[in-house]
Design a protein around this ligand. Structure first.
Ligand SMILES: Nc1ncnc2c1ncn2[C@@H]1O[C@H](COP(=O)(O)OP(=O)(O)OP(=O)(O)O)[C@@H](O)[C@H]1O
Ligand SMILES: [Mg+2]
Length: 484
């Protein structure tokens, strides 16, 4: 058996040659306030994109490593495995630097500090996966981007793991999150997030335990703004005005009314014209039998402007009837050369689902369309990304439709409401067939601007870090950055 590692402070005392890199310190403002609130059991640090939320999470865990040593067992959850990467990278930068000789064990995805403290990184895609943690004990639990969980089920189950056999008075759960996302509403109501006139929430104390919301703002992340002065402008380029407002101001009430607040038919409609043969021709299809089937015929000019030339919109018909009518639309459309067919028709993925064996027709609707010479391409069906792409098209003025030939899209798109549960989505109960079909086209035919990533900067260039750059820090059995 290997000998237990000596206490970390002794290692530093006995090795004066260890020169510490500048330690991580919380930025003044909400990040520091949130770290100081270690006595509150549950805290949500949330709001702006790039407000320093993930850094807060790692910093908050780190602030009690020296106090509790091997009893300080932390665990951070993200919704998907891929999302853990950024925490691994940032965790290495912060923890290796604060606690030299910390190891990251890749196979187990765990940081082990030299004094025995541990931080596990786990993903939790399904609520039922929370059951794997039954019986575990952690005095520190973190959730990065809590609104990515559709309900509070996993959070509540894991709350039962907040315990320790050792006396740790400030056991805590720390969560981060931006407005938007599938869990927007439950997170907002669980932490009673106030409007933007109040920076932080009230301390809540009820059967669910003590909890507090602290709003993180990108303007308080001076390090990010200094290193990346264009960050806010790039964020504004995302397209969805309300989402940008939510992400910039940390506004959890920003999402109201119609989804496409910048859709004005008057801006989108153009007089029809003859489409040159050199422009590509596409189709997009949202399929329904009792619900309407929506088909749009599209082209793109050499400046990358996309046009919806004409539409077919009809309910209560069979697949073969729809296929026949769509073929007729193309044969008779006055704006394209006769005989031209779309090179691709981006279609509803449900069209490849075969009928049940008990039904008389054993083909999928896609097979029926192929029989009529309409060969379909399965579209990417990521709804939220699709809506963002459409917003980007609108903001960049890259989407137009022929006036008088697209009445159902013109009628339904500006009226589409946001989904209550996930304000980044459209309410699926509304008449969204033409929009779904536009989404299949847009997400497959157009490459939008990407929202900026907050992770491509060197975090150690910031002001508060520079201040201590020259200081040689030696820890004397106390945490060098624990706010007191
Ligand atoms: N206290 C700090 N010290 C040094 N760098 C920091 C600090 N706080 C934040 N940063 C840096 O600011 C940038 C944004 O921070 P972070 O990624 O934590 O924000 P976020 O709110 O989690 O962003 P997102 O909404 O994109 O997830 C990162 O480069 C991060 O390292
Ligand atoms: Mg983050």
């Amino acid at each position: 058996m290997s000998a237990a590692a000596p206490p970390f402070a002794d290692v530093l005392d006995d090795n004066p040659e260890i020169i510490r890199e500048p330690p991580w310190t919380p930025q003044p403002g909400p990040q520091e306030r949130a770290i100081r609130a270690s006595f509150i059991e549950q805290l949500l640090f949330g709001g702006a994109r790039g407000g320093g939320k993930t850094d807060f999470l790692i910093g908050d865990y780190a602030s009690d490593v020296l106090a509790y040593g091997p009893h300080w067992r932390g665990i951070i959850f993200r919704h998907t495995y891929a999302e853990l990467d950024e925490i691994v990278d940032r965790g290495k930068q912060i923890l290796f630097n604060l606690f030299p000789n910390t190891e990251f064990k890749v196979g187990k995805s765990i940081f082990v500090m030299p004094n025995g403290a541990t931080l596990r990184l786990r993903h939790l895609a399904e609520d039922k996966d929370a059951e794997h943690y039954q019986g575990h004990s952690y005095p520190w639990i973190g959730f990065d981007e809590l609104p990515n969980w559709p309900s509070d089920a996993a959070y509540r189950k894991l709350k039962a793991c907040l315990r320790s056999g050792h006396y740790i008075p400030n056991k805590r759960i720390r969560a981060t999150g931006n407005p938007g996302g599938v869990g927007h509403q439950w997170v907002r109501s669980y932490f009673k997030i106030p409007g933007i006139d109040d920076p932080d929430g009230e301390l809540i104390k009820d059967v669910d335990g003590a909890r507090l919301f602290i709003r993180s703002l990108v303007t308080d992340n001076k390090i990010l703004l200094k290193n990346d002065p264009d960050y806010v402008d790039r964020l504004k380029g995302v397209g969805d005005e309300q989402l940008v407002s939510a992400w910039l101001k940390g506004d959890w009430d920003a999402f109201v009314g119609q989804y496409f607040s910048n859709w004005e038919n008057i801006d989108v409609e153009v007089e029809s014209f003859e489409v040159p043969d050199s422009w590509p021709l596409y189709g997009a299809l949202d399929y329904g039998e009792s619900n309407p089937t929506s088909f749009g015929l599209y082209t793109t000019d050499f400046d990358g402007v996309h046009y919806r030339i004409a539409e077919y919109y009809k309910g209560n018909a069979s697949a073969s009837q729809h296929a026949y009518d769509i073929s007729s639309l193309m044969a008779t459309c006055p704006f394209i050369s006769s005989g031209r067919k779309p090179s691709q028709i981006f279609s509803d993925p449900s069209m490849w689902v075969k009928r049940r064996l008990s039904e008389s027709v054993q083909h999928s609707p896609a097979d029926v369309f192929a029989d009529q010479g309409l060969y379909l391409t399965r579209a990417n069906n990521d709804r939220v990304t699709g809506w963002r792409v459409i917003n980007d098209l609108l903001v960049k003025k890259k989407f137009k439709m022929f006036k008088g030939w697209n009445d159902n899209l013109a009628r339904t798109a500006p009226a589409a409401p946001r989904c209550n549960r996930n304000p980044e989505d459209i309410d699926t109960h509304c008449e969204d067939h033409a929009l779904d079909e536009l989404r299949y086209f847009a997400i497959n035919a157009y490459t939008p601007a990407h929202p900026p990533s907050s992770r491509d900067r060197d975090p150690f260039l910031g002001g508060n870090i520079l201040n201590v750059m020259t200081t040689r820090r030696r820890t004397k059995r106390s945490n060098p950055f624990h706010a007191r």
